[in-house]
Write a protein that binds this ligand. Structure first.
Ligand SMILES: Cc1ncc(C[n+]2csc(CCOP(=O)(O)OP(=O)(O)O)c2C)c(N)n1
Ligand SMILES: [Mg+2]
Length: 370
């Protein structure tokens, strides 16, 4: 027998996925199903809360994209399609947990209470990621692919050294990031030190134009075993399953049982960023397939099927969305252009000679235009 048994043909695509290999509690058709190991306990009102979180996250995303198209933002990375992965993961967090995002986790940021104005600053170029991570227990966005997994693991090791109880770290990264050296080093450190960190990989099938099937010969979650911690794949468009699986992983990390890896199998329905055109590298039938697996629609279908979604509630949600959209636009237009000289004050806690000299040079250069 070949040692390569279990290694898939690299031409295997998302179509050949075995659904039994993935935790699911709500099907794309909106049917509630049971799983032997995972369950979701909330009631209809709780599920409507998750639906609201997802709808507002989608609205924020649509506003971000529109603001970029109006020239108000320099760039925007859409989360479209990943609402359930983010709302479900955020719902599994406890007050002492800490999140390390990459750059697409707008839904998680909203759930953690990061003000939209703070988030928009980064993409408008009027801030460098200014919110206080400790205030929101949500670290700054990290655009250097995967480096936040090392920061997250280090933070988790710090929690351990401090003897912090009942706290764990949730580290978001993408499928593409899983190919990065830093990320693999984070896995090794996390495993070796039994650190309370959960790696939450949103496998949205693409790393810009590079498909996941070119990044790995086995499902990503199976890699975790090689590092020495459990890996699990969940339907990332199923908010119930994502919450259940993330709760399990975070609970064991908080209990001191070490790291875990979650592969939230989802799909980036939009472009990588507003600078990208996915029609150049992927086929329309793929988009079509995934539109039928929309994370929001399946929750609506389910709630309607059990008579727990009425028009008045939906109308109210629409009104909340309109207000929120207006707030987002107002927040963006209200952002002030900072004095560029302040950038030098923000590199280190204490100023160095070199930075002071660079700042003086910049200030006199800027003044030469007056
Ligand atoms: C260290 C580093 N290398 C390359 C890039 C350029 N880059 C930006 S996003 C990206 C793809 C990331 O894909 P994935 O991890 O799947 O996350 P997604 O964008 O799909 O959420 C790359 C290669 C970068 N920002 N940092
Ligand atoms: Mg990706």
């Amino acid at each position: 027998m070949s040692a390569l048994v279990g290694v898939s043909d690299p031409t295997d695509r998302w179509r050949s996925l075995d659904p039994s290999d993935m935790v699911q509690l709500l099907t794309p058709e909106g049917e509630r199903v049971e799983h032997p190991d995972f369950s979701w306990q909330g009631d209809a009102a709780t599920l409507r809360g998750l639906l609201r979180d997802m709808v507002l996250a989608r609205r924020f995303d649509a506003e971000g994209t529109a603001l970029q198209r109006h020239g108000e933002l320099g760039l925007w990375p859409p989360l479209l399609g990943q609402e359930a992965a983010q709302a479900g993961a955020a719902a599994a967090l406890r007050p002492n947990d800490f999140v390390f995002p990459s750059y697409r986790e707008h839904g998680v940021a909203l759930a953690m209470g990061v003000p939209v104005s703070e988030m928009l600053k980064l993409w408008r170029g009027t801030g460098q990621g200014d919110w206080n991570p400790q205030t929101f227990r949500f670290n700054l966005y990290t655009l250097v692919i995967g480096s936040q997994t090392l920061h997250a693991t280090g933070y988790a090791m710090g929690l351990q050294l401090d003897g912090a109880e009942g706290a764990a770290v949730l580290a978001f990264h993408g499928d593409g990031a899983s190919s990065q050296g830093d990320v693999n080093e984070a896995y090794v450190f996390a495993a070796s030190y039994h650190a309370p960190v959960v790696f939450f990989c949103q496998n949205n099938q693409w790393a810009i134009s590079e498909p996941t099937h070119r990044q790995t010969r086995i499902p990503l979650y199976q890699r975790a075993r090689g590092f020495g911690f459990p890996g699990i794949r969940v339907d990332g468009n199923d908010v119930l399953a994502v919450q259940a699986v993330t709760e399990w992983a975070m609970a064991r990390a908080r209990r001191g049982e070490g790291p875990a890896f979650i592969e939230a199998f989802t799909y980036r329905m939009g472009a990588h960023t507003t600078s990208d055109d996915p029609t150049k590298y992927r086929l329309a039938d793929e988009d079509e397939h995934w539109r039928g697996r929309d994370p929001i629609e399946r929750v609506k279908t389910y709630l309607a099927s059990i008579d727990e979604l009425d028009q008045a509630w939906l109308d109210d949600l629409d009104a909340q969305c309109e207000d929120f959209g207006a707030d987002v636009r107002r927040a963006c237009h209200g952002l002030e252009v900072p004095d560029l000289a302040t950038a030098f004050d923000r590199v280190h806690a204490e100023q160095t000679h070199e930075l002071r000299a660079q700042k003086e040079q910049y200030v006199s250069w800027a003044e030469s235009f007056a």
